[in-house]
Design a protein around this ligand. Structure first.
Ligand code: PLP
Length: 441
């Protein structure tokens, strides 16, 4: 390799033109390198997955050549006969999968889907209420550096001292600030969300408050596959509008969707997605989304969804049994947050880097009321969807938990002060081999 990629990443913002030319490998070679990384590494990022060959083939297909601004039967370009068939079929399949009436499958990502909902239903300056980033919410749920916190007056609820959604705080903020849009859903929350409960709270508030009822949006991006697989409750009967990504537990291509049972809302959403915030839809991705919806309706996917949860429970329980701290004391879904700072004295960032060195990929994560800044963080987020796709069962995750705990304890002993540079290469090699044994079993 012509450059030390890790070092380069750290300096990426400061690269000079000559330095960029240092990457000698072709794009194809780099893709091959990434393919090998994905094959050899243990993938624990809770929002990643390995879609099927069918999905990948559609995503890389000639459909990328076609412009199709507009919607089926109402396009701004000719030659859309087959594109219309694809998009209509994908809409039908996603509506069947989630048992809802209307869908827009064009959002390029989860963030664009969320942007479309804000733009379609409320006005700039309106009040929104979402989960705070450090408690597990997403940037687009009102964070100050996102459009959602900049263009709207955003308030955030969090979790209680046990790590569960703080419904008292939610109600207090609801009554105090009278939001126009309420967002339920998270990027790192390991407990079941009771969507009906929020419908009831919002209805009761609306009755007492009078005036226009706030919109209730659920962002189910993380748990969509579990909902499709029937192992997590669905928000569809309760929320006014539901958004999701398609590339996490759903196991499809990178993209977003918006679902609703309201004809009025889907009309507003459709106008906002195109021409409001997007131009030509990515029809190759829409075909890949359709294939994923078809696959997710199969009995095998239900089994997969069940196994994701069994694996996450077994994995988190192994840490807990050995005295490590898991936020909220466990998990009901596909992920959990491990408080590594309390458990082994290393920051989330250090753990991310150290585990990367032995071919385990995960990401640092803030814990509720974190004492470390976001770029360090006290926790790491751990998810089981990707390795469950690769066929891992409870035993594999239990073995991995021990490799992680033993390795990090050794790293903690070998580090000097705040630096992890003194962790020995021989230690890394030893544990890398142990990881390889589990991967290759
Ligand atoms: N919503 C939630 C809950 C997420 O976790 C994420 C991404 O992680 C998104 C939305 C945004 O998705 P994307 O990265 O496709 O914009």
């Amino acid at each position: 390799m012509s450059v030390n990629i890790l070092k380069m990443n750290l300096r990426i913002h400061f690269l000079k033109k000559e330095e960029v030319l240092m990457i000698k490998e072709s794009y194809e070679e780099i893709i091959e390198m990434e393919k090998n990384r994905q094959k050899e590494n243990v993938e624990l990022i809770a929002s990643e997955n390995f879609p099927s060959e069918r999905v990948l083939k559609a995503a890389g297909s000639i459909l990328t050549n076609k412009y199709a601004e507009g919607y089926s039967g109402r396009r701004y370009y000719g030659g859309c006969k087959y594109i219309d068939m694809i998009e209509t079929k994908a809409i039908e399949d996603v509506c069947k999968l989630f048992d809802c009436k209307y869908a827009n499958v064009q959002p390029h990502s989860g963030s664009s889907a969320n942007l479309a909902v804000y733009r379609a239903l409320i006005n700039p300056g309106d009040v929104v209420l979402g989960m705070s980033l450090d408690a597990g919410g997403h940037l687009t749920h009102g964070y100050k550096m996102s459009f959602s916190g900049q263009d709207y007056e955003a308030y955030s609820y969090g979790v209680d001292e046990n790590g569960y959604l703080d419904n008292e705080e939610f109600k207090k903020l609801l009554y105090e600030h009278n939001p126009r849009l309420i967002i339920i859903g998270a990027s790192s929350y390991s407990r079941t969300i009771d969507y009906k409960l929020y419908r009831d709270i919002i209805d009761e508030y609306a009755e007492k408050h009078g005036g226009e009822k706030p919109y209730y949006m659920v962002d189910m991006a993380h748990v969509a596959g579990l909902i499709a697989g029937g192992v997590h409750p669905s928000p569809i009967p309760y929320a006014d509008v539901v958004t999701s990504t398609t590339h996490k537990t759903l196991r499809g291509p990178r993209g977003g969707i918006i679902l609703t049972n309201s004809e009025d809302i889907i009309k507003k959403i459709n106008k906002t997605v195109f021409p409001g915030i997007q131009g030509g839809p990515l029809e190759h991705i829409i075909a890949a989304k359709g294939i994923c919806f078809e696959e997710d309706a199969k009995p095998e996917f239900k089994e997969y969804a069940k196994q994701i949860i069994k694996n996450a429970k077994a994995f988190s329980e192994e840490f807990i049994k050995n005295g490590w701290k898991v936020i909220s004391g466990g998990t009901d879904n596909h992920m959990f947050v491990l408080d590594v700072y309390t458990s082994c004295g290393l920051s989330g960032k250090d753990v991310e880097v150290l585990l990367d060195d032995i071919n385990i990929t995960l990401n640092k994560n803030q814990i509720p009321n974190d004492t470390l800044p976001p770029l360090k963080s006290s926790g790491v987020r751990i998810g089981t969807p990707a390795m469950t796709t690769k066929g891992w069962k409870e035993d594999d995750f239990i073995k991995l938990a021990h490799v992680i705990m033993d390795y990090l304890k050794e790293c903690q002993k070998e580090k000097t002060g705040d630096s992890i540079d003194t962790v020995k290469e021989s230690t890394k090699e030893k544990y890398k081999k142990e990881v390889q044994i589990i991967v290759k079993k």
